[in-house]
Design a protein around this ligand. Structure first.
Ligand code: HEC
Length: 141
């Protein structure tokens, strides 16, 4: 009887652990790829540490805009954004060019990286979440 319970407990533990472990590995892959892509495409303006640059390039580190507008963050990577925006109480107004050739997966990886770096903490952003959001981005003026 005791052995049976032990086996059942072990079995449940194994089931409980495996999806979590796989998710961890996926998160690490997304994060690592996202960091490379960020350095390549974004760090010029937003800086390696996500702190932005003066009143020209807004910060991504602890950005309230990012926290409150996760969908817009995906759209602006691909399509760019312009017009006045307020980030952490500071007004910015300079056009950010979109990077049209980023794939949905690359956008998910960059989003996972920036939402989980420099004090930001959010869930990982998976490619299957990104695709429908990008398809519904509001048109850029
Ligand atoms: C040429 C400079 C430049 C590059 C390259 C660039 N950005 Fe931006 N980004 C800006 C500017 C300028 C704004 C503010 C736009 C405005 O004033 O409307 C901005 C705004 C943002 C915002 C919203 C405001 C905030 O701080 O939360 C996010 C998020 C963002 N960029 C992420 C990225 C990511 C991710 C990349 C790379 C894929 C990237 N940017 C590449 C210049 C840039």
């Amino acid at each position: 009887m005791r052995t049976k319970i032990f086996v059942i407990v072990l079995f449940n533990l194994a089931i409980a652990c495996v999806p979590g472990a796989q998710r961890d590995v996926k998160f690490q892959q997304y994060y690592a790829e996202g960091e490379l892509l960020y350095q390549q495409h974004c760090a010029n303006c937003h800086q390696t540490d996500g702190s932005g640059l003066g009143r020209v390039y807004p910060p991504l580190a602890k950005s309230d805009f990012m926290m409150n507008n996760p969908d817009a963050v995906l759209c602006l990577m691909k399509y760019g954004i312009e017009g006045e925006m307020i980030v952490n109480g500071v007004t910015y107004n300079k056009a950010m060019p979109g990077i049209a050739n980023l794939t949905d997966l690359e956008i998910a990886e960059i989003a996972t990286y920036i939402h989980n770096s420099w004090g930001n903490t959010r869930e990982m952003v998976e490619v299957n979440q990104v695709t429908p959001i990008l398809a519904a981005c509001p048109p850029v003026q």
